[in-house]
Design a protein around this ligand. Structure first.
Ligand SMILES: [Zn+2]
Length: 284
């Protein structure tokens, strides 16, 4: 079974300010990438079709022009509830009552996890309003996916983006399940050291494969530290697809061989693609 723990859903007209497209163009985004700013349910289904279960979310981060409606995400999930798992988001600065929005989405919409991005949201990961969300999530056993790592958004301060900042959160909320998105790229060493020792902190490998040398280093580092079992499969659809991501992982040793690099243990690569992530995230 393939579980995609990281896919997006948004409507360009309703959920994104013009800033998002401007930032993407400045970062060299292709026409395809710009086109990806408009997702309809059929496109989401096609891009994630290689996965048996798919976590999907919006992001609420007005600081970078994203204010995805949680109800829209819940509507997508309601159309395919056997396959899709909806995560909610709240904006610590621009939502009137962020923890109230999380409770509403959890209790009324049945959403089962939380997506946050402190750097996108313009706050440090230990911002008081995020701490309230972590406390609720820990009590309710809701997993949190946190975008730590760099980004194309100009307004997102990188000083809040290093994954090592999540260690204080893990100490403060020891039962909270945290997934570091994109292995916190480019801070791979910080990410691997954190997931290696914090029992409930994981990382997803989404959106890394199209920088193949970095992705190779990330997987090799996780293998050498014995932390590869803490890596979860994710696509970051629409920026790439489930099929492209799985093919890149399983083809990693072809890349290594071509470039004179030592191979990655096949069990690491196959284990990653087939990771049973849902029980790890309290979502079994
Ligand atoms: Zn993402």
């Amino acid at each position: 079974m393939i579980v995609d723990v990281h896919s997006h859903f948004w409507s360009k007209a309703d959920d994104l300010d013009a800033m998002v497209e401007e930032d993407l163009r400045r970062a060299g985004g292709t026409a395809q990438a710009i086109d990806n700013l408009d997702i309809v349910p059929e496109r989401h289904a096609a891009g994630t079709s290689g996965a048996d279960r798919v976590i999907v979310f919006g992001l609420r981060a007005k600081n970078v022009g994203m204010h995805v409606d949680n109800d829209r995400v819940a509507g997508l999930v309601a159309a395919d509830p056997g396959r899709l798992i909806g995560f909610m988001s709240a904006d610590p600065l621009f939502d009137h009552d962020p923890v109230g929005e999380i409770k509403r989405c959890h209790l009324e919409l049945g959403m089962r996890g939380i997506k946050l991005g402190p750097t996108y949201q313009g706050v440090p990961p230990d911002h008081p309003r995020l701490m309230e969300i972590y406390a609720y999530a820990e009590r309710q056993r809701l997993p949190i996916i946190v975008h730590q790592g760099t980004t194309f958004s100009l307004a997102a301060p990188l000083k809040y983006a290093n994954p090592i900042l999540l260690e204080d959160i893990a100490y403060r909320f020891p039962q909270l399940v945290i997934v570091i998105a994109h292995m916190g790229h480019p801070w791979l060493g910080e990410c691997v050291s954190l997931i290696r020792k914090q029992p409930h902190v994981y990382a997803d490998i989404s959106a890394l494969h199209y920088r193949p040398y970095q992705f190779y280093q990330a997987l090799k580092m996780a293998e050498e530290y014995g932390a590869d079992h803490k890596l979860l499969f994710g696509s970051d659809y629409p920026f790439t697809t489930v099929a492209q991501t799985a093919a890149a992982i399983l083809g990693m040793n072809t890349y290594a061989g071509t470039h004179g690099l030592p191979p990655i243990a096949p069990r690491v690569l196959e284990g990653l693609v087939n990771r049973e992530s849902l029980p790890l995230l309290n979502l079994a």
